[in-house]
Ligand binder design. Sequence first.
Ligand SMILES: Cc1cc2nc3c(=O)[nH]c(=O)nc-3n(C[C@H](O)[C@H](O)[C@H](O)COP(=O)(O)OP(=O)(O)OC[C@H]3O[C@@H](n4cnc5c(N)ncnc54)[C@H](O)[C@@H]3O)c2cc1C
Length: 295
Amino acid sequence: MTENIEIRGSLLQNEPMSRHTSLKVGGPADLFAIPEDGEDLRSLVNQLSMAKMPWMAVGRGYNLLVLDGGIRGAVISLEKFCRIEERGNGRIFAESGADNLDVVRFGQRLGLGGIGFISGIPGSIGGAIRMNAGAYGEGILQRAVCLTILRGNEIREFCISELDYGYRHLSLEPGDILISAMLQLEARDPAITEEEIKKDLELRRTKHNVGFPSAGSFFKNPQGQAAWRLIDGAGLRGTKVGGAGVSELHSNFLVNLGGATAADFLQLSAKVKAEVFKTSGIVLEEEVRIVGEEL
Ligand SMILES: Cc1cc2nc3c(=O)[nH]c(=O)nc-3n(C[C@H](O)[C@H](O)[C@H](O)COP(=O)(O)OP(=O)(O)OC[C@H]3O[C@@H](n4cnc5c(N)ncnc54)[C@H](O)[C@@H]3O)c2cc1C
């Protein structure tokens, strides 16, 4: 079925998702597609829909745990969609494939800021919007005015007020593809933005540099609590299952110590949740998106 799909961009059959995720685990996607532009994307989605193949979009894979059986259907990367443009009145338009730091720098050159907190968050704007990525109590959706989404084969613009979102959460429909976002920035001295960028990158260089592949924080922080503290409180720092482990340096980072499978991560995650519940009565929820099929 996948052999009949044609686009101008790249198509990879049976592509191991371990090549596209920061955890370096994950079985093959039936199809990994990199459309060239909007027209190519729509043609791809039309063909997939005619072939009754499901699809999902990915960014840079920094928040993805793909299971060992891989992904049935197509994984669509918008890495060719990288335009960033000024739209007046402090607004910036960014396509999903643009890097977070590039968007911050673009605003900085115009004397606009207020999104310095995403400077060091690895990934694309599409991934950041989908996750409502953030730090220091801020989330990128606080700065979003509207999102352009390909739903089915229709491109629709949503005002942010029409969407349900919150801490590391945005409700979308399965198969929705975020194409771009309009962000509202504020006037800010470029030197101040530079300080924010430097501070954020330095903090991440020291605190997030755990020495092994990770997806950042594996669990969301429960209201008023820090997940790492609960995991530490349960005595789990350094705990291992197969090749997956709770980082010795940051206990909310589950890391690939070498040769881990997604099944190792699932087991480790279940263990962490069970022990944290035993010691604190709190149910941790994964921040990392778990997709695909088990073997
Ligand atoms: C070292 C490290 C530190 C991190 N620190 C932070 C942090 O401080 N704060 C934070 O919030 N996160 C953090 N993360 C997690 C991660 O960087 C963010 O979630 C980031 O926004 C993911 O972007 P991505 O492009 O890699 O998205 P992906 O991981 O590829 O995708 C994430 C989700 O978004 C969906 N998606 C991606 N693009 C699209 C699109 N165009 N349309 C529809 N759906 C899409 C995917 O299907 C998936 O469900 C960290 C990760 C690492 C490895």
